[in-house]
Design a protein around this ligand. Structure first.
Ligand code: HCA
Ligand code: CU
Length: 434
């Protein structure tokens, strides 16, 4: 479809007003009315679409972040919020303390939609704690790389296998649904990894987690390891989770790549908190799945900013300004050329509207504003936005040499005005002209 936007009259009475149709200037052509259309083509978004779930581990991995410890009241509230957001599973560790055990029991009684997964070591007495909590899902983990076996557990591969299988049988004899985590899988001998996965799958465990415990993988590596396991076990019986650490900043890319290799669930935490540098953030994962991978989840994305704010308040870890989607600057626009485009149509520099993730759009005025930004500033102040005024304000802002001087939310009315007037409705003209 061919799509034109009328020439804007920036320097007369109203900078948002479209000129009449006779002065139409074709500034862009789009294949559809989705500005992300070609990106989705490059991304192959419509091919191999698959439903990818989220397990959120804020209450388990998140509490392993240095300095973080929630109260039981907070744990229960977080579980409710995560459930209402729409994650598929919520993980909590009942073995950390008696408080954690109580929190697990109480959360299990809430009747949430999400599965509550009790995360414990691969030890029968730990599984007993999960059973005591009345858990229906239990996840057990065991380090199986040589370095974990020799330096942490001080057992042989054979002993590890015996321990894992005994625990698996124990869990199954209690009729629990279960996941087995092959801790440090990414540094484990592939033959041993596969042997363990096959045995665990044969024991009827519903899920196996393939973690990159130390964040050493690249996306292709994560794809390879997951595909290797996926192609060699019966995934109609046992599905795969990916749990990727962010030591080099590749956690989410690796996790998504693991899903292309056959996993169907990603582990996240709110704001990505966890051991060291943590794991993928819930916000980035949910939006990537929804917007970029076209996974058909029923997430309440508008809760994301609030979830992040709540966790930041409880952990006292400030949300970094440039944190994707939930950070304060995620929707700030500054350079004059950007402002000019944003004021016509925010999609020029935004792939998802701020309010869809509970965030807000801000514009920044200062020496980079240029004449478009200046014209806008003059117009909202009710001053004449003539070309001359705008140019002299732009010059003045530069001469001040104070960098940014003002930040402004585009409040609802202003946003609506911009969106209504700046966005041409392509469906008005089915022949493709406007
Ligand atoms: C841990 C290790 C773990 C487990 C992941 C999982 C990891 O218990 O702290 O259970 O899927 O990174 O390997 O977080
Ligand atoms: Cu971890």
């Amino acid at each position: 479809m061919f799509f034109c936007i009328g020439k804007f009259n920036f320097f007369n009475e109203n900078i948002y007003k479209l000129n009449d149709k006779s002065n139409v200037n074709c500034v862009m052509s789009l294949k559809s009315d989705d500005p992300n259309y070609f990106a989705h083509l490059y991304n192959d978004s419509d091919r191999d679409k698959k439903y990818i779930k989220i397990l959120d581990s804020t209450l388990r991995e998140g509490e392993q972040h240095p300095g973080v410890s929630f109260s039981n009241k907070q744990r229960i509230q977080i579980a409710w919020m995560l459930d209402s957001f729409g994650v598929d599973q919520i993980e909590i560790s009942p073995i950390v303390s008696l408080d954690h055990r109580d929190a697990t029991k109480i959360i299990l009684k809430q009747g949430l939609k999400a599965d509550i997964v009790a995360h414990v070591r691969a030890i029968k007495s730990d599984v007993d704690v999960a059973i005591d909590c009345n858990a229906s899902w239990v996840a057990t983990y065991l380090g199986i790389s040589d370095i974990h076996l020799s330096s942490k557990l001080r057992i042989s591969r054979e002993e590890a296998k015996i321990r894992a299988l005994e625990v698996a049988d124990y869990i199954k004899s209690h009729g629990l649904k279960s996941r087995f985590t092959m801790e440090d899988a990414s540094r484990t001998d592939p033959d041993f990894l596969l042997d363990m996965c096959k045995e665990i799958s044969n024991r009827g465990m519903e899920r196996i987690s393939i973690p990159d415990t130390v964040g050493i993988m690249r996306p292709r590596g994560m794809y390879n390891i997951v595909k290797f396991v996926h192609d060699n076990i019966d995934t109609s019986k046992t599905s795969l989770d990916v749990h990727c650490h962010n030591d080099v900043g590749l956690a989410l890319s690796n996790a998504l790549s693991g899903c292309e290799g056959g996993a169907d669930q990603i582990h996240t935490t709110i704001d990505g908190i966890g051991e060291r540098t943590g794991i993928p953030t819930l916000a980035e994962t949910a939006v990537a799945l929804n917007l970029i991978y076209k996974s058909n989840n029923d997430f309440r994305l508008h809760m994301l900013k609030d979830l992040s704010r709540t966790i930041s308040e409880y952990t006292k870890i400030p949300i970094h300004e440039s944190k994707p989607l939930v950070g304060d600057s995620s929707y700030k626009h500054k350079a004059g050329t950007h402002l000019a485009a944003i004021l016509r149509n925010p999609s020029a520099y935004e792939i998802i509207e701020p309010k869809l993730v509970g965030n807000r759009r801000k514009i920044v005025f200062g020496e980079l504003s240029g004449k478009n930004g200046s014209a806008y500033l003059l117009s909202i102040l009710g001053l004449g936005a003539s070309k001359d005024n705008a140019e002299s304000l732009a010059r003045g802002l530069k001469e001040l040499r104070m960098g940014d001087i003002l930040e402004l939310y585009l409040d609802e009315t202003l946003e609506r005005k911009i969106l209504n007037e700046g966005y041409m409705k392509t469906n008005k003209d089915k022949n493709g002209k406007s």
